[in-house]
Design a protein around this ligand. Structure first.
Ligand SMILES: C[S@@+](CC[C@H](N)C(=O)[O-])C[C@H]1O[C@@H](n2cnc3c(N)ncnc32)[C@H](O)[C@@H]1O
Length: 434
């Protein structure tokens, strides 16, 4: 069927919605077009860059009528680094739009019409909150640089000051760049698959100020000894340095092998009254303040009285498991990453929590087996990655007949898909809190 738009043609359109990836959505002769950096309410000129079966993508050429919600993005990395999609929108409007995205996904994907979606719980100061940065390594006229790839490509964009990281992390990143140049370290090039240093990951504890640096290299040679030495002598906050070896071709950042080259194996952070040990391979929410808000909400939704068995599927380092264990008979965490389960067990121990159990495994394998053997839970919490829960996980949840399911999601689309299934099996969505 012929499409109403053509590649490289320029069209005038009105933006009426926002995609989950933060692109403005408009229609040309009823054909949906996604445009990065355009805001609902704006009228824009767009150059078409992609035409697919049911939608197109366009590049913003000119804003004809600007939204009153538009602001100058503060971060110089914005629009190149792929990290933030909404910095060009006033923060109060950003969080309204996020609420709307969730409601739209529930309606369109989940066919869930009358669900109460509460106003988004935002931050008082939405800056410098990130506790983790993963930098690409690239080379240009100015030598080796840390930065990002353009969204959807391997085109390297050198980084500048970021308002999402602390000033200390920005200083450290610049220092590392300087030292990599001084010691003539070669960047790994994803296009040619040649070179040495692929990524630098920096984790900063918001509670203790401790920093972990992970150098991801393309082979097991260790050429960064002088760089590591200079980092620890200049930055006492850096208490842990690792080499991670990744020789794979996939876009995964970390390979399987970690070598501790300086200091401690883990850094420690806090959420509420709990202390958490975090190792390089473990997932930890990137925004401490909001993670605490999230866990408090999940705890409230679980409505525990002290007698319940709680399953925390996709438990990472056991954060939600420990929150639930405060008022449950027992909380069981399941997680695929072995290092995260080691952290979780240690986290239960250092926090003096005795009513938890942690299992290394895939939720979609362990849960059906456990339920098949007669396992039952009063509350099941799931916090899956963006792809949501596997069908086997959802089927096992239904079979376990928990009174409540608390679904923590980082992707409204898969949340809506999975809720649709649970509702079809007899569950009712009580409330959604973005
Ligand atoms: C969004 S994180 C949530 C972690 C934890 N609940 C938290 O808040 O820190 C998802 C976790 O699921 C784990 N994971 C991914 N696929 C899994 C699977 N099939 N079974 C169990 N865990 C899985 C990941 O390693 C990651 O730790």
């Amino acid at each position: 069927m012929t499409k109403p738009i053509k590649i490289d043609e320029i069209y005038e359109m009105k933006i009426t919605g926002l995609s989950h990836a933060g692109e403005g959505i408009g229609r040309i002769k009823n054909f949906a077009v996604f445009v990065a950096n355009a805001i609902p309410g704006e009228e824009v000129l767009v150059k078409i860059t992609e035409v697919k079966k049911n939608f197109g993508k366009g590049q913003l050429q000119e804003i004809l009528i600007s939204s009153q919600d538009r602001v100058e993005a503060s971060c110089e990395w914005f629009s190149n680094c792929g990290g933030c999609q909404l910095q060009h929108i006033k923060y109060p409007r950003q969080i309204e739009l996020k609420r709307q995205m969730v409601e739209d996904a529930l309606k369109k994907i989940g066919s869930l019409e009358n669900v109460q979606v509460l106003p988004t719980l935002g931050m008082d100061n939405p800056w410098r909150y990130r506790n983790k940065g993963v930098f690409q390594v690239g080379e240009g006229a100015e030598g080796i640089r840390l930065g990002f790839y353009e969204p959807g490509s391997y085109d390297f964009v050198p980084g500048k000051e970021s308002f999402l990281f602390s000033e200390k992390v920005n200083d450290l990143v610049h220092f590392i760049e300087e030292k990599l140049n001084l010691h003539k370290i070669k960047a790994f090039d994803r296009k040619t698959q040649k070179g040495y240093l692929r990524n630098v990951m920096v984790r900063e504890s918001k509670a203790t100020g401790e920093i972990m640096v992970v150098f991801v290299t393309n082979n097991n040679e260790w050429l960064l000894e002088p760089v590591a030495e200079e980092i620890v002598s200049q930055f006492p906050e850096v208490v842990s340095i690792y080499q991670n070896i990744n020789q794979g071709k996939s876009p995964h950042i970390l390979g399987r092998v970690d070598r501790l080259v300086r200091g401690k194996a883990v850094i420690q952070d806090n959420l509420g009254d709990f202390i958490f040990n975090i190792s390089p391979q473990s997932f930890f929410q990137v925004n401490n303040l909001q993670a605490h808000v999230l866990y408090a909400k999940a705890f409230e939704y679980a409505q525990l009285t002290g007698c319940e068995t709680v399953i925390d599927a996709y438990c990472g380092i056991g954060t939600i498991t420990l929150f639930m264990a405060q008022k449950a008979h027992k909380a069981i965490g399941i997680e695929i990453v072995e290092a995260a389960i080691k952290d979780a067990e240690e986290n239960a121990r250092i926090n003096g929590v005795k009513n938890t159990e942690f299992i290394i495994g895939k939720a979609e394998e362990w849960l059906p087996q456990w339920v098949g053997e007669g396992g039952r839970a009063d509350v099941i919490v799931v916090d899956p990655p963006r792809k949501g829960c596997a069908p086997e996980t959802l089927e096992a949840i239904v079979e376990a007949k928990p009174e409540r399911v608390v679904y923590v999601s980082c992707n409204p689309a898969t949340l809506a898909r999975d809720l649709k299934y649970l509702v079809a099996q007899g569950y009712k969505v009580q409330e959604v809190q973005p």
